[in-house]
Design a protein around this ligand. Structure first.
Ligand code: SF4
Ligand SMILES: [Zn+2]
Length: 371
């Protein structure tokens, strides 16, 4: 697959290269983190075991094109990790959570679980065999870029699982706009690649969760809201029944972090996330898509801090709690419980940003040049 390269790729590459020099060393046999969290499952509210593996990392992120403009996951990866290391990490994570009850297992490896350069085939299979032996686990969630979602890779894994266990692949589409995904994010694939991957997954009875980025760099708050809503609709229409809206959080060694330090970027507001979620459910109903959606969740990293999605000091905590509650209950009206005077400041900022984003002259010039 040819990977489209964004206009900021050289800058992103340089920033990441510098950050990787001071990458922290992790022991090869130790997983990065694991915990149990409340989760919106396909059957209702339950518990998920989350395991973050110490892996070689995303090949796109570590490659010469620099990877995605907001992603600092490569900081938590290590060189020389073997299949045996990965299996040892996973079994230790299971031991660390022995005796706890969870119905879902979510595996994160700072990249693509299905990329055999990141997670060798033997490690993928042994990890799945372990999961298949946990009787109460109903859902397994892994992540992958679309180019690694192949019928054979999915078939290999699903045949290991019990018939009642459901596999879901999380794909970081980020935006359904090729322009935004390629240039603002440098994601390196097209919407058509995503659509193809979803079709392949569905044909194998594998579900797809789509990760969408709320507020990629170089968008105004208003543009970001519109982009997230439209992207979710497009992803649902492509066949993705789960949507996860991920507001940007500032991660070290990224283009977004450089912009943020220079005062040229602010993480999105909770008010924006509320607007996205509530407008999205309305659009889903208007477009008769309700039967095509299982869950629309948001689990923002760094919520309520300057680096993560935030409003003001007075309401950050309540906003974080309400977003969590919404995600579990899937009731967008829960977000109406958020009240704060910063709402008018947010509204004012939306208008000001729009006014200063004055494209009129640009459009005028372009129309002259075209005539
Ligand atoms: S966001 Fe995903 S695809 Fe992009 S660099 Fe990070 S891990 Fe790789
Ligand atoms: Zn507030």
């Amino acid at each position: 697959m040819e990977r489209p390269v964004g206009m900021f790729s050289p800058q992103i590459y340089q920033i990441r290269k510098t950050a990787l020099i001071s990458r922290k060393a992790f022991a090869a046999d130790k997983f990065i983190a694991s915990w149990i969290e409340k989760e919106r499952l396909l059957t209702g509210i339950g518990n998920a075991l989350v395991v973050i593996l110490n892996s070689p990392g995303c090949q796109w992120g570590l490659g010469s094109e620099g990877g995605c403009s907001m992603c600092g996951y490569s900081n938590e990866t290590s060189e020389g990790i073997t299949a045996e290391n990965l299996v040892a990490q996973f079994t230790q994570a299971l031991q660390a959570n022995a005796g706890k009850k969870f119905q879902s297992v979510k595996i994160f490896n700072a990249g693509s679980f299905l990329d055999e350069k990141e997670i060798p085939r033997t490690a993928q299979e042994v990890i799945f065999r372990h999961i298949s032996e946990i009787p109460f686990v109903q859902e397994i969630v892994i992540e992958s870029r679309p180019e690694f979602v192949t019928a054979s890779a999915l078939k290999r894994l699903t045949t290991i699982l019990q018939p009642e266990q459901i596999l879901e692949v999380g794909i970081g589409l980020e935006s359904s706009s090729d322009q935004i995904r390629i240039h603002n994010i440098n994601k390196g694939f097209l919407f058509a690649d995503f659509q193809k991957a979803v079709a392949i997954a569905l044909a194998q009875k594998v579900r797809v969760k789509t990760y969408l980025l709320l507020k990629p760099p170089f968008l105004t708050e208003k543009e970001a809201i519109a982009d997230a809503i439209q992207s979710a609709i497009d992803a649902i229409k492509a066949g993705s029944r789960s949507i996860s809206i991920n507001p940007v959080n500032i991660q070290t060694g990224t283009l977004v972090s450089v912009l943020w330090k220079a005062g040229l970027y602010r993480s999105p507001w909770f008010w924006s996330l509320k607007t996205v979620i509530q407008t999205l459910w309305k659009r889903i109903a208007e477009e008769n898509l309700t039967a095509s959606v299982d869950r629309i969740v948001s689990d923002p990293s760094g919520a309520g801090t300057q680096k993560g999605i935030h409003n003001c000091r007075l309401c950050n905590r309540t906003a974080s709690k309400l977003v969590k509650e919404y995600s579990l209950q899937q009731d967008p009206a829960i977000l109406n419980e958020l009240h704060c005077s910063c709402h008018s400041l947010w509204k004012e900022l939306l208008e000001q940003e729009e006014a200063t984003r004055d494209f009129s002259l640009h459009f005028f010039e372009r129309s002259i040049n075209q005539n």
